[in-house]
Ligand binder design. Structure first.
Ligand SMILES: [Zn+2]
Length: 245
């Protein structure tokens, strides 16, 4: 395992700046429930019912039941060491872009500037009638909350049955197919289109470094079987040793 870090660090220096693809695993250490894991929210609430656009249109209260609390407690969730390392990597020009499946907004909170949230973010909520925007946790009371104009509020996230935002998708494909190294962090690699991004990157010749507690991307060139905070910290530590030489 240690030798793995010693190989990854010089490779990241050589192929920088890299692109990172992140999933729920990176946010688990911030206390964000991973919906697909055992005991996760989706065991209690069927996502096809609670988080579909059809349900939202019929009964938006259902969606606010599962997401409202997070939005109103937004300031209590903080980026963890893994997010902070990625922000530092961006400042060091080791990393140029984060593509994330997460909707918790923690990469931006950690200080990363170039972030594509392909499933949107709970940070922003907007009125379906007049488009007025509200930034979490400053969202009106109510289940569901309403805008002053009477329109219902919807978080800026992609629900089941909705298309992913075209611009975000294009950026994600562009970044994936033009990087020379991709860090794949804490994603279960089952949800499309995110699951296909490392494949596309690899087809274009990029090296794949997976950091995950369980291997999800068998084709990865390097596997760091660790929590994201530990794996990424150790990679950065090795890089700093090289830089200081
Ligand atoms: Zn409105």
């Amino acid at each position: 395992m240690e030798s793995n870090y010693k190989e990854i660090a010089p490779l990241m220096m050589k192929l920088k700046p890299c692109v990172a693809l992140t999933g729920a695993g990176i946010s688990a250490e911030s206390g964000i429930p991973t919906f697909r894991s055992k005991g996760g929210l989706w065991e209690k609430y069927d996502p096809m019912v609670y988080a579909s656009i059809e349900t939202f249109q019929e009964d938006p209260a259902k969606y606010w039941t599962i997401r409202g609390e997070f939005i109103r407690d937004y300031d209590t969730y903080q980026p963890n060491k893994a997010h902070l390392v990625l922000a530092e990597m961006e400042r060091m020009n080791l990393l140029r872009h984060v593509i994330t499946q997460n909707i918790d907004g923690l990469h931006k909170k950690a200080g990363n500037k170039n972030v594509t949230e392909i499933h949107g973010s709970l940070r922003e909520t907007y009125c379906l009638k007049c488009s007025q925007e509200f930034i979490a946790p400053h969202v009106p009371e109510g289940l569901p909350p309403y805008c002053d104009c009477g329109g219902v509020l919807k978080p800026n996230t992609v629900l089941f049955g909705e298309q992913l935002p075209q611009g975000a998708l294009e950026t994600a494909y562009h970044e994936s197919t033009s990087c020379k190294l991709m860090l794949v962090i804490g994603t279960s690699a089952v949800v499309q289109p995110a699951a296909s991004l490392p494949v596309l990157a690899q087809q274009k010749g990029a090296k794949i470094v997976e950091v995950n507690i369980e291997r999800a991307f068998p084709g990865a060139d390097f596997m760091v079987k660790e929590k994201a905070s530990i794996g990424l910290s150790k990679i950065l530590e090795q890089i700093k040793k090289i830089v200081e030489l």
